[in-house]
Design a protein around this ligand. Structure first.
Ligand SMILES: [Zn+2]
Length: 256
């Protein structure tokens, strides 16, 4: 999809709100992540934010965004902002729209933000008079994910989670950064064995030594450190057996 976007304010007389957090900073921070994720999903995105310089009057700043989006002819335009009202008086996320198709996006995006950040869902809000929503020719939404003058809202701000939620609302795709899967240690290969010294008529327990010699039923002579570690001497061959009783072990013909 061809997507245009603009980050709110940031030039001349068009200034963002400021409270516990700063709108111009935050909408550029989470907004950049939104665009990165949309691009990773294969969407073509065009920035319609006016540069900070030259300084523009409010009307010029808004017209710049609309004109650029209309000239590109995108299918969707996303305005990224942060809300403000009076200190600690308003809370939650909302997404503004001015068309039926905008309402569908607005509803999904607001619900995703609410779920991801644990914010009150103020939901989609019909704002047909908002300049950018009114004059852009394509479907457009204006994201107001939280109130920068509400302390509790600000404590929930997380740019990555917010961006993931917005992208999920728009595309239906979860782009959250997955924690790396730590591979499980390999299953134990060598079996555990009993570490006690055996006894029997075929076993010679070496005096004062932790070890023994055994004649096996198949006629081999085995010299043991313990039941798991030994050399087996047969007629014309010798085998070595080792086992650390911690999953690691094996055997190898050493001659013959
Ligand atoms: Zn704003």
């Amino acid at each position: 999809m061809k997507i245009t976007y603009d980050f709110g304010h940031g030039t001349g007389q068009d200034r963002g709100a400021s409270g516990y957090r700063n709108e111009e900073h935050d909408c550029r921070e989470y907004g950049a992540l939104v665009i990165k994720k949309l691009q990773a999903l294969g969407h073509t995105c065009y920035n319609c934010t006016p540069p900070a310089s030259p300084a523009l009057a409010l009307g010029q700043s808004l017209a710049y965004r609309v004109n650029k989006a209309n000239s590109i002819g995108s299918q969707l335009h996303i305005c990224m902002h942060v809300n403000a009202f009076e200190t600690d008086k308003a809370t939650g996320c909302e997404v503004e729209y001015a068309s039926a198709s905008g309402q569908t996006y607005a509803s999904k995006v607001s619900a995703e933000i609410s779920a991801a950040l644990g914010l009150t869902n103020r939901g989609p809000k019909n704002q047909p008079g908002l300049y950018v929503l009114k004059y852009t020719k394509m479907t457009a939404i204006l994201v107001e994910p939280f109130f920068c003058d509400n302390k509790n809202d600000c404590s929930k701000y997380n740019a990555e989670r917010l961006a993931t939620a917005i992208v999920k609302g728009i595309t239906g795709i979860d782009t959250s950064v997955k924690p790396k899967v730590i591979p499980k240690p390999a299953a134990q290969i060598a079996p555990k064995y009993d570490e006690s010294m055996p006894s029997g008529s075929n076993i010679f327990n070496i005096p004062n030594i932790h070890g023994y010699i055994e004649e096996t039923t198949d006629g081999r002579l085995t010299i043991h450190k313990d039941r798991g570690n030994y050399v087996a001497i047969g007629k014309g061959f010798s085998d070595l057996y080792w086992n650390d009783n911690n999953g690691n072990g094996g055997h190898k013909r050493i001659c013959g």
